[in-house]
Ligand binder design. Sequence first.
Ligand code: MN
Length: 260
Amino acid sequence: MIPQYASALLISDLHLTPSMPLTAQRFFDFCEKEAPKVEAVFILGDLFEYWVGDDAAASSPFQQEVQRAIANLSTKVKTYYLHGNRDFLIGKSFIKKTGMTLLSDPCTVQIASEKWVLAHGDALCTADIAYQAFRSWVRKPWIQKIFLGLPLNWRKGIAQHLRSNSHNQYQTQQRSTSHQVKMDVTQQACADVMKDHSGNRLIHGHTHLPAHHEESMGTQSWQRWVLSDWDLDHPESLPPRASALFIDNAGARYLDLIKS
Ligand code: MN
């Protein structure tokens, strides 16, 4: 059965980490202030900058604090989460402790009498063939089982290595147009997902390109709402940003969490 709500807030790509305290604080405030006003809150992946296993959270005061904030929110409203490309190893234990419900990516929900298809967005970036190959490996249960069986220090080392590699690649490629195309979702992937789910409203994050698009391909047409990433900790290089998509009977609109 498809979950149904009269109102909802959707967020993604907070990339929470102890080294970004202002961003984390805005999330804690969001859990207290904005989030309890709706019926359901959806976190569409990359809540954390990285995740190397639920057992690591037990020894991290920061992850415990995030866990408590979500658990507290879950006593007030229904909370949902789906995996991002950075925190796809979030497991049953953490999900249970936060009181969230895990959704598959993509999935369908009904908010304010409209059907919405929800996704993180990385699986829609089908022009990035190398990433899709990497993704298909790291999402295999047996690979994850081997990784999670490694000592925690090794896992942290591997995560650090992957992050610095992707950071270096980003630094050298971000100015090229071909790279920008590669890092965005493709129309074909969106069309396929909308067809599979018989939907015409898509919400995803991941690309950090928040915007509302009206798109079509052949006889198909759909709305695509892209969620913003959050970053209040690097004002010297990037303007502070944090927003949520708010949906109720009046439709969908972005809620700017910096100004409010
Ligand atoms: Mn992502």
